[in-house]
Design a protein around this ligand. Structure first.
Ligand SMILES: Nc1ncnc2c1ncn2[C@@H]1O[C@H](COP(=O)(O)OP(=O)(O)O)[C@@H](O)[C@H]1O
Ligand SMILES: CC(=O)OP(=O)(O)O
Ligand SMILES: [Mg+2]
Length: 398
């Protein structure tokens, strides 16, 4: 079965074509910096153990333009991997917010699309581009089954004490206002990898997904017990353009004292805050450059970013009543050694002993960056949301 997976993030589109059930990737790619200067596409084709790579800078104003380019590459006369879109049996879509309606992988119907649309307001940076990805894929791959895999699904195992807010009960029972959690596909994938690596299925883990959006999850025995994102993908960690945790009084102040309307406030907290608000840049590579150039704003932003993660490590160690491993993943978590260092320094009290030399090394696959004496392992594990999505699609359709 040929399964094409589309992962529309807030700043990127990742895609992979798999032959299932062998998990064999046929091609993969990344469209990044969508809507920013220097948008780029990296496309890789895998044939007989060899990788052909194509990199191209191009102007991509939005996700639609990105997806059209991907579809063109798939059947490109020179490096294409299919002759006809009908060769694709299923398209697996990452959908960020499934709300109350979806706890599992689902075949997309008009009713499912309507629900995804209803959730636009709760995940404004994501559900619209996820929806668009579905519409574009329906047009291009008309014969394929379209399947949605929700970021929220993995966190359905959270206990009520973790997902309820202390607001009037009716807002939960009648309006579904509760914490849902996000990046579930990634947290699930890396938690499984970590448990297998540790040879400990019941492992207590804190998975730290640091991408453009970021979140942390307390995982025990492969189940999510708590996570830093909530009703929408805004709470918790400091992100590329989102503030993470703030006091809600700030929102009242912006509206009541500073005269902003709710739409403006939403734009402010979703698109102009986080690292963007602190430094003028949302992409961590730009911030690293600014830091190397001696920017005090970048220095402060790095400190805030790492400090927030540290606080959640403390909280989740308490939630888990112990800890076997910290797991760093996603764009920043996998690549930014300085962030990992700032987070992991001075956590010896919790049994976390960091090895700076190992931290600086680069290699593919799982690696350990703790000292041999560390009670807690510190792991860097590349996430693969696309593979996890392909597996879930295959399991559903088989
Ligand atoms: N080599 C690198 N060093 C530091 N940060 C990196 C590196 N590569 C990617 N990143 C950062 O990862 C982030 C994007 O992560 P990713 O998981 O792809 O995000 P998303 O899926 O949310 O779009 C960006 O902030 C980018 O700067
Ligand atoms: C939910 C979320 O924040 O996703 P991303 O990191 O892809 O923006
Ligand atoms: Mg992502």
């Amino acid at each position: 079965m040929n399964i094409f997976v589309v992962n529309s993030g807030s700043s990127s589109i990742k895609y992979q074509l798999f032959k299932m059930p062998s998990d064999q990737p046929i091609c993969s790619g990344l469209v990044e910096r969508i809507g920013l200067q220097g948008a780029a596409i990296t496309h890789k084709v895998y044939r007989q153990g060899e990788e052909t790579r194509l990199e191209r800078q191009l102007d991509l104003p939005d996700h639609e333009a990105g997806l059209q380019e991907v579809a063109r590459l798939l059947s490109d006369p020179e490096i294409g991997v299919i002759r006809d879109p009908a060769e694709i049996d299923a398209v697996g879509h990452r959908v960020v917010h499934g709300g109350e309606s979806f706890a599992a992988t689902t075949i997309i119907s008009q009713a499912v699309k309507d629900k995804i649309r209803e959730l636009f307001a709760l995940a404004p940076l994501h559900n619209p581009s996820n929806y668009l990805g579905i519409e574009v894929a329906e047009r291009i791959f008309g014969r394929a089954k379209q399947v949605a895999v929700f970021d929220t699904a993995f966190h359905q195992s959270m206990p009520e004490q973790a997902y309820r807010y202390a607001i009037p009960n009716a807002l939960y029972t009648e309006q579904g206002i509760r914490a849902y959690g996000f990046h579930g596909t990634s947290h699930k994938y890396v938690a499984e990898q970590a448990a297998a690596y540790l040879q400990k299925p019941e492992a207590k883990l804190i998975t730290i997904h640091l991408g453009n959006g970021s979140s942390m999850t307390a995982v025990e025995g492969g189940k999510s017990l708590d996570t830093s994102m909530g009703f929408g993908p805004n709470s918790g960690l400091i992100m590329g353009t989102r503030s993470g945790d703030i006091d809600p009084s700030i929102i009242f102040h912006l509206i009541n004292q500073l005269g902003q309307d709710p739409k403006e406030v939403s734009g402010l907290l979703n698109k102009k805050s986080g690292m963007q608000g602190l430094t003028g840049y949302s992409d961590m590579r730009d911030i690293t450059n600014a830091l190397e150039g001696g920017s005090p704003e970048a220095e402060l932003a790095y400190s805030l970013y790492a400090y927030r993660i540290k606080k959640y490590i403390g909280a989740y160690t308490a939630v888990l009543n112990g800890l076997d491993a910290l797991v760093f993943t996603a764009g920043v978590g996998e690549n930014d050694a300085l962030i990992r260092q700032r987070v992991c320094r001075q956590l010896e009290y919790l049994g976390i002993e960091f090895d700076e030399e190992k931290n600086q090394q680069r290699s593919k696959g799982i690696r350990e960056i703790n000292t041999p004496a560390s009670r807690v392992k510190i792991l860097v594990i590349p996430t693969n949301e696309e593979l996890e999505i392909a597996r879930q699609c295959f399991a559903l359709l088989e």
